[in-house]
Design a binder for this molecule. Structure first.
Ligand SMILES: Nc1ncnc2c1ncn2[C@@H]1O[C@H](COP(=O)(O)OP(=O)(O)OP(=O)(O)O)[C@@H](O)[C@H]1O
Ligand SMILES: [Mg+2]
Length: 350
């Protein structure tokens, strides 16, 4: 092997991208380890194989290859979604290029699932911020007339006292309905306002373990009442993070409250911390009712709730707080078994 091929080989292997090349007879001449792993191929069976064999399970990639080889049409950074056998989605970004003046074809594939996930999260948070601003202005405008109506209803109630007879009873009944609806409206607007406030973070060096301990202390009387056993599995040498203790506590509390509510018959709630590739990770695992698979993607949407008294904002707020800290939050759930939330936060820089 000469020097140039030596370099090319190691560059090809070092790329964060999967590459396969086909010659003019449409046989694979090389594939790098990245693509072999991504496609789950048998390494020894790649050289000499046809696209039909290699991409039998990936019709979308086969189509792109044929377009290039037969019709000489290339693609550049085309995004595809592949449905894995386990039901998960894999987002692929694909490009093709000619090998040696159109005699052969090179296919480059990048797994962009992580990027897609982050884009989605950013989209959610931006949507939330925009909605928050709108909510704030609407809520202000609505709350003043609500206050006026409330006062008028109270006065009316006092006036009614001077009446006697069956008519009074009927009027009081109506008035009570109006007052109940008023309160409902006021609560709605109040929640709007609560949500639209985006407090500034007061960052300092924080121990995530302490945050979790504090939240667990706070909720332990309620846990006893609900027959929920709290367990801490905190890592000793956990690095500090740069964070706002109160805000992080709020995020953890929102997740913990949901966990309680999911365990109507009692259960276990485990909080564990650990480090994972330069990040501090907090795991909160409950043995509650779980979330149906088709709903899991929706739980971070604002106003998504399955509870009569829920506002559907708890997780949206938690996600926004974690996101403001440069972290992200993941969920894994199985109906009947329970739900695990994982919060990842960047380590404090020394
Ligand atoms: N640990 C969990 N187990 C089962 N379902 C959950 C869990 N956490 C969240 N969910 C589901 O996600 C939905 C949204 O949660 P979120 O905290 O955002 O709102 P909420 O709890 O319904 O209302 P709020 O928190 O505003 O009182 C819940 O209604 C519930 O269906
Ligand atoms: Mg909640």
């Amino acid at each position: 092997m000469d020097m140039a091929t030596d370099y090319s080989a190691s560059i090809l292997e070092g790329l964060g991208e999967g590459i396969v090349a086909f010659d003019q007879t449409h046989r694979a001449v090389m594939a790098n380890a990245h693509l072999i792993a991504l496609m789950g191929w048998d390494k020894r069976a790649v050289c000499g194989a046809s696209p039909e064999v290699l991409f039998a399970q990936r019709p979308e990639l086969l189509r792109i290859l044929n377009e290039g080889m037969k019709n000489k049409v290339l693609v550049s950074d085309m995004d595809l979604v592949h449905h894995n056998a386990d039901g998960g989605l894999q987002h692929l970004r694909v490009s093709t290029s000619f090998l040696n003046t159109q005699c052969g074809l090179v296919l480059a594939v990048r797994d962009v699932s992580e990027i897609k996930r982050m884009e989605w999260e950013i989209f959610q948070v931006e949507k939330m911020t925009a909605l928050g601003r709108l909510a704030a202005s609407v809520a202000h405008e609505v709350r003043n007339p609500l206050g006026a109506i409330d006062i008028q209803l109270q006065l009316l109630e006092e006036d009614l006292d001077e009446l006697s007879s069956a008519l009074k009873e009927r009027l009081v009944g109506r008035l009570n309905i109006a007052q109940t609806e008023m309160k409902r409206l006021d609560r709605l607007v109040y929640n709007f306002l609560r949500f639209s406030r985006t407090p500034k973070l007061h960052l300092r060096q924080v121990s995530l373990n302490d945050v979790v301990r504090r939240v667990f202390e706070l909720v332990s009387p309620e846990a006893r009442e609900r027959e929920v056993v709290l367990r801490l599995e905190l890592s000793d040498g956990l690095p500090a993070i740069n964070g706002d203790e109160d805000q992080l506590g709020q995020a953890v509390l929102n997740i913990v409250v949901n966990a309680f509510q999911s365990m109507a018959e009692g259960g276990d709630l485990i909080a564990g911390t650990q480090t994972e590739s330069g990040q501090v990770c907090l795991m909160l695992k409950d043995t509650g009712c779980g979330i149906p698979e088709e709903e899991v993607d929706r739980i971070f949407e604002f106003y998504y709730t399955t509870k009569d008294e829920g506002t559907g904002l708890g997780l949206s707020i938690a996600q926004r707080i974690i996101y403001q800290h440069g972290g992200h939050i993941d969920v894994e759930s199985r109906p009947e078994w329970g739900t695990t939330f994982r919060v990842y936060l960047p380590e404090h820089e020394r």
